[in-house]
Design a protein around this ligand. Structure first.
Ligand code: ATR
Length: 274
C-alpha cells in the first residue's frame, strides 16, 4: 500500500516491515531519529509501549491508549493514532455520518478502543458489548475518563444485545471472530441468543476483519440484504492518513486500495465484499 503510494506520488522512499522483539523496541524507535526516516507505523504488541519512547503523544492517541503511527517533526517523534480517524473516513465513503446515530461495537480490545473513541467523538451514541463483560466496562470507564463525555459511550451485557440490535444504525465487529486463522474462523461475534434478523433494514454492518473478504458476519448481512463492509476501507484510510502525516502530500487513496486488494487477492483472501 505504501510502496504504491510512494510510486504514485513520485516520492523516493521505501516502506519496510521490521520484526522488532519487545526488548529491541527502544533501539528501533531511537533509530527513527536518523534523518533518513519519515516515520513509522507501529503494530501489535508495541502500540502501547511506544508511547513512552516518543517525545510527544497527541491527545487522540493518548486517550485511546494506542499509538499506531510515529511522525517525525524535525528530530522529534510524535505518536499518533490514525485508526480512529481512518475508521470515520472509511464510513464517509459509505455516506455514513456518525453524528446522532446509534452504534453497537462488538469487542473491547485495542481496535474497539479506536472505533468507540472515533464514533463517540463524531457524535454517535455508542454501546459496547464484549464476551468478557468486565473488559467492555473498563473500556468505557477509561475512555470516559480521558474526556469522552457528550455523548458518553456505555457498555451493555451480552444478554441485552439481542434487544439493543433493533435500533442500531451501525454494527461494528472489532473482535477476531470470523478471521481466517483466528480463534473462531467460522463464528459470528454475536452472543448466542442475539440474531441479526433484528437489525433494521437501513443498518450498516462493518467487520474490521478483511481476511477473508467476506466473513461469516458479512455473509449473514448480505443474506439479509443489509449494507456491509469489511476492514479494507479502514486499513486503507489509516494508511492514507499516516502517509499524509509523514509526507505532507495528499494520499493517492485509489492506488493504495488497489495495492491492498491485489495483495489480498494474491493471498487468496477472496473477492472484495460488496
Ligand atoms: P485487538 O487489539 O485486535 O482488538 P485484542 O485486544 O486481542 O485484539 O481483542 C480481541 C477481541 O476479540 C476481544 O474483544 C475478545 O474478547 P475477550 O475480551 O472476551 O477476550 C474478542 N474475541 C476473541 N476471540 C473471541 C471469541 N472466540 N468469541 C468472542 N470474542 C472473542
Amino acid at each position: 500500500m505504501h510502496a504504491a503510494a510512494f510510486a504514485a506520488t513520485g516520492i523516493d522512499a521505501e516502506y519496510r516491515a521490521l520484526d522488532v522483539p519487545p526488548a529491541d523496541l527502544e533501539r528501533a524507535v531511537e533509530a527513527l531519529r536518523e534523518a533518513a526516516y519519515l516515520g513509522a507505523n507501529v503494530t501489535v504488541p508495541h502500540k502501547q509501549a511506544v508511547a513512552a519512547l516518543v517525545d510527544e503523544v497527541d491527545d487522540e492517541a493518548r486517550a485511546i491508549g494506542a499509538v499506531n503511527t510515529v511522525v517525525k517533526q524535525g528530530a522529534r517523534l510524535l505518536g499518533c493514532n490514525t485508526d480512529a480517524p481512518g475508521f470515520v473516513a472509511a464510513l464517509e465513503e459509505d455516506g455514513f455520518d456518525p453524528a446522532g446515530t446509534s452504534c453497537l461495537v462488538l469487542g473491547a480490545g485495542g481496535a474497539a478502543r479506536a472505533v468507540v473513541w472515533a464514533l463517540a467523538r463524531a457524535g454517535a451514541e455508542v454501546r459496547v458489548a464484549n464476551r468478557g463483560e468486565e473488559r467492555a466496562k473498563d473500556l468505557v470507564t477509561d475512555l470516559t475518563r480521558s474526556g469522552l463525555r457528550r455523548p458518553a459511550p456505555s457498555w451493555i451485557a451480552n444478554r441485552d444485545v439481542a434487544a439493543a440490535i433493533a435500533d442500531v444504525d451501525l454494527l461494528v465487529n472489532t473482535t477476531s471472530v470470523g478471521m481466517a486463522g483466528g480463534p473462531a474462523p467460522d463464528g459470528v461475534p454475536l452472543p448466542n441468543d442475539a440474531d441479526f434478523r433484528g437489525l433494521p433494514a437501513s443498518a450498516l454492518v462493518v467487520d474490521l476483519v478483511y481476511r477473508p473478504a467476506l466473513t461469516p458476519l458479512l455473509a449473514r448481512a448480505r443474506e439479509l440484504g443489509l449494507r456491509h463492509r469489511n476492514g479494507v476501507p479502514m486499513l486503507v484510510w489509516q494508511g492514507a492518513l499516516a502517509f499524509e502525516a509523514w509526507t505532507g502530500v495528499r494520499a493517492p487513496v485509489a492506488a493504495m486500495r488497489a495495492a491492498v486488494e491485489e495483495a489480498l487477492a494474491a493471498e487468496g483472501a477472496g473477492a472484495p465484499a460488496a
